[in-house]
Design a protein around this ligand. Structure first.
Ligand code: DGL
Length: 259
């Protein structure tokens, strides 16, 4: 079974990582669209065009399902993708519904969601927010640079400068004394333990739920009996060539603060 993933960069690896755990014999194709990153500051039109372009590349690889491993691309592109191709798509949205499943719901104003600008501005997000949070319990914080800073930290290492800029991005949340932060961009779970440390809060990310959804959609007797070794292919749109090693097997990944 073949599964495709795309994101503006390495953020979607937070989902690929979970999928690889629940479907160990799948062949995974991941596209990092870094030639057009960050999506959060792109126009909806460009995001939609990129969604089509990347979907076509993955369909040419004969994938059984595509994970739109990016909240921003899901917000602006997934509806059109579903209307345009017969392939199954799984998207990712901030897990706002968590407030209905918590043993003790957080006090008013003590939970926030952090998204890119384009996710927070999208109708899809606003509709979800209205439905899941009619009492407006969840504070919305739109971050301009956090995804790009995660990207920089991943490729260059966590320098003092990047560290200071990450702290500055999170600064507006400090006075709110939050108990929980919902991560509404797939880049953020890659530094969730770091965010938890800076803000002294608990982060909520949907990655394991997305992986379970992918598994449920693809699960067949035949697939489980097929014990092949997992293969992962990675492509950056900066060079457009498929690579057999994921950047996560790069030694720099080990130094990266991740959960
Ligand atoms: N990782 C993406 C998301 O989940 C996009 C981040 C960006 O490129 O701005 O929204």
């Amino acid at each position: 079974m073949k599964i495709g993933f795309f994101d503006s960069g390495i953020g979607g690896l937070s989902i690929l990582d979970e999928v690889s755990k629940v479907l160990p014999s799948a062949e995974l194709f991941y596209i990092s669209d870094d030639a057009y990153a960050p999506y959060g500051n792109q126009s909806p039109k460009v995001i939609q065009q990129r969604c089509h372009q990347l979907t076509k590349i993955l369909i040419a690889k004969k994938v059984n399902l595509i994970v739109v491993a990016c909240n921003t691309a899901t917000a602006w592109g997934i509806k059109e993708l579903r209307q345009s191709y017969p392939t199954s798509f799984v998207g990712v949205e901030p897990y706002l519904n968590i407030v209905h499943h918590m043993k003790t719901p957080p006090a008013h104003g003590k939970i926030a969601v952090i998204t890119t600008h384009q996710t927070g501005n999208s109708q899809k997000f606003l509709d979800l927010k209205k439905k899941a949070d009619p009492d407006n319990l969840i504070f919305l914080h739109k971050s301009k640079n956090l995804a790009q800073l995660v990207e920089l930290a991943f490729y260059k290492g966590m320098t003092e400068q990047i560290n200071a800029e990450i702290k500055a991005e999170l600064e507006p949340l400090k006075p709110l004394n939050l108990s929980h932060l919902i991560l509404g961009c797939t880049h953020y779970p890659l530094i969730s333990s770091y965010i938890e440390q800076i803000l002294d809060i608990e982060c909520i990310s949907p990655c394991s739920f997305i992986a379970q959804r992918v598994k449920n959609l693809l699960f067949t007797e035949q697939n489980t009996n097929n014990h092949k070794e997992q293969a992962i292919h990675f492509m950056s749109t900066k060079n457009n060539t498929w690579d057999k090693s994921l950047p996560s097997s790069d030694p720099r990944w080990a130094k990266f603060p991740q959960k």
